[in-house]
Design a protein around this ligand. Structure first.
Ligand SMILES: [Zn+2]
Ligand SMILES: [Zn+2]
Length: 407
C-alpha cells in the first residue's frame, strides 16, 4: 500500500510538505515554512522523529521558502539523506534559507536549527538515475520549478509543486497521466481570468496617475514581479522599478530553456526609472507605477515607497498575491489598521496568478485522469466546493491535514 500524508500545506496555505510511504521507501515532497513566527507550532511541518528517521530522500519542486525553508529543521532532527532538485533550484535554495533565518532573527523569533544545518544539507541534481522519479516538467512558476512524476509499487504519483499555465515569461510542460495527483490549488474557491487581472492593474495605474497619485506594486523579485513589469512596460506609463527585479531578467537570459520567448527580455525603455540603494530618493519625482520587492511589504525597498506614499490619499498600493498574517501587506488590508496608523493611500487587491484556480484544477484533473487527488496550498474552507465537485464525480480527495490517501 502507498500512503500519501500531508505534514503541512493541505487545508492551509503554507509549510508545504508531503510524506509518501511505501514498500519502496519513504520520501518527502518539499519541506517549507509558514511566515507566522509568533505561533511556532504553525510555522514548521508536522515532522516527528519517527518520520525523520524513516526518510530515504527529499524531493524539492522549487526554491520558495514555503517549500524549502524547513530543510534546516529537518537536518537538525537528524536527516542526512539526499535532497533532489533541479540544478537551478539547488542554486537558488540556500539564499531562501538564509533569508528565512535572517527574517526570524530580525523578528526575535526562535530558530529550531543552527547555521550548520543550512550549510551541511546534501543537494543532488535530479537526473535519470534519481530513485523512483520517472519524469519531470517545467512548472511555469519560477526558474527551476518542476512538476515530478514518480513510479512507486506500479502506481504513478504526480506532484505538481506550484504551477501555472499563465506566466507571460516562463514555460510550462503539460502534465502526464497518473494514478495519484497532488495538485496546487492555491486559488481554490476562486475563478480568476489572468487577462482581466492584468487589465485591472493597468486601469488602477492610469486612473491613479491621472489623479496625480502613484501606484505601489509590492512584488516578489522572482516570479510574478518580472511578469507584472513585463506587462506594464508595454504602455506609456512612468515606471519606477527596483534593480533587484531587473537583475532577474539577466538570470532569465542565462536560463533560456525555461523561457517562452527570449525576445521579450528587453528590460528598459525611456519611461522606466531603475532604482537602487544609491538613487531611490530621486525615484518619486512624478506620479509613477513603482514595482519593488517584496510581495508582503516586509523588505526595506518596498517599505521606503510605502512610507513616502502612505499619507497620500491619491496614491494606491496593489497587493497582487498572498500576504501572511502579521506582515504589513496583510495588515493594511484591514480598515481599522489603516485608521489606527494614519494610512491614507488606497489599498487594492488584484491577484496575478502564479498558481491554479478552481477551473484550472478541474481542467488538469481531467487531463491527468487520477483516481486519488490531494489538494494543497489553500485554506480548508476555500477547498470545500472544489473538493465536493471532485468527490461527487468519484475521486478520492484529501484537502486537509487530518486525512491521508491510501492507494
Ligand atoms: Zn512557490
Ligand atoms: Zn508555494
Amino acid at each position: 500500500m502507498i500512503i500519501v500524508k500531508p505534514l503541512g500545506g493541505s487545508g492551509e496555505d503554507s509549510r508545504n510538505c508531503f510524506l509518501v510511504c511505501s514498500e519502496q521507501g519513504n520520501i518527502l515532497l518539499d519541506c517549507g515554512v509558514r511566515r507566522e513566527i509568533a505561533n511556532l507550532e504553525r510555522v514548521y511541518p508536522l515532522l516527528t522523529q519517527e518520520i525523520v528517521d524513516s526518510l530515504d530522500a527529499v524531493y524539492l519542486s522549487h526554491a520558495h521558502e514555503d517549500h524549502t525553508a524547513a530543510l534546516p529543521y529537518l537536518h537538525n532532527l537528524g536527516y542526512r539523506g539526499p535532497i533532489y532538485a533541479s540544478k537551478e533550484t539547488i542554486e537558488l535554495t540556500p539564499s531562501y534559507l538564509r533569508k528565512w533565518r535572517d527574517y526570524v532573527k530580525e523578528h526575535d523569533g526562535t530558530l529550531p536549527f543552527d547555521d550548520n544545518d543550512i550549510t551541511d544539507l546534501v543537494f543532488k541534481t535530479i537526473d535519470e538515475r534519481t530513485p523512483l522519479l520517472i519524469q519531470t516538467g517545467r512548472s511555469g512558476h519560477i526558474i527551476g520549478g518542476l512538476w515530478m512524476l514518480f513510479e512507486i509499487e506500479n502506481k504513478r504519483i504526480l506532484y505538481t509543486g506550484d504551477i501555472t499555465y499563465e506566466s507571460l515569461l516562463l514555460k510550462t510542460d503539460p502534465l502526464p497521466k497518473a494514478d495519484v495527483l497532488i495538485i496546487d490549488s492555491a486559488y481554490a474557491g476562486r475563478h480568476l481570468n489572468q487577462n482581466d487581472q492584468y487589465q485591472h492593474i493597468y486601469e488602477i495605474a492610469t486612473k491613479t496617475i491621472s489623479n496625480n497619485g502613484s501606484v505601489l506594486l509590492p512584488v516578489p523579485a522572482n516570479g510574478r514581479g518580472i511578469d507584472i513589469y513585463q506587462y506594464l512596460k508595454q504602455f506609456d506609463l512612468p515606471i519606477v522599478v527596483e534593480d533587484s527585479i531587473l537583475k532577474n531578467f539577466e538570470v532569465l537570459k542565462q536560463h533560456s530553456s525555461w523561457i517562452i520567448d527570449s525576445e521579450l527580455l528587453n528590460t528598459t525603455s525611456d519611461n522606466v526609472f531603475v532604482a537602487n540603494d544609491g538613487n531611490r530618493n530621486q525615484a518619486l519625482q512624478k506620479p509613477s507605477v513603482i514595482i519593488a520587492p517584496d510581495g508582503m511589504l516586509t523588505n526595506y525597498k518596498a517599505l521606503y515607497y510605502f512610507d513616502q506614499l502612505k499619507a497620500d490619499s491619491n496614491s494606491c498600493v496593489v497587493i497582487s498575491g498572498h500576504s501572511a498574517i502579521g506582515t504589513l501587506g496583510n495588515s493594511i488590508q484591514k480598515e481599522q489598521y489603516r485608521i489606527d496608523n494614519s494610512i491614507k493611500l488606497k489599498v487594492e487587491l488584484c491577484t496575478i496568478k502564479v498558481h491554479l484556480d478552481d477551473d484550472n484544477v478541474i481542467e488538469q484533473v481531467k487531463n491527468v485522469e487520477p483516481t486519488h487527488v490531494l489538494l494543497f496550498h489553500s485554506a480548508a474552507e476555500n477547498c470545500l466546493e472544489l473538493k465536493n465537485n471532485l468527490t461527487n464525480v468519484g475521486f478520492n480527495v484529501v484537502a486537509d491535514l487530518y486525512h491521508q490517501l491510501e492507494i
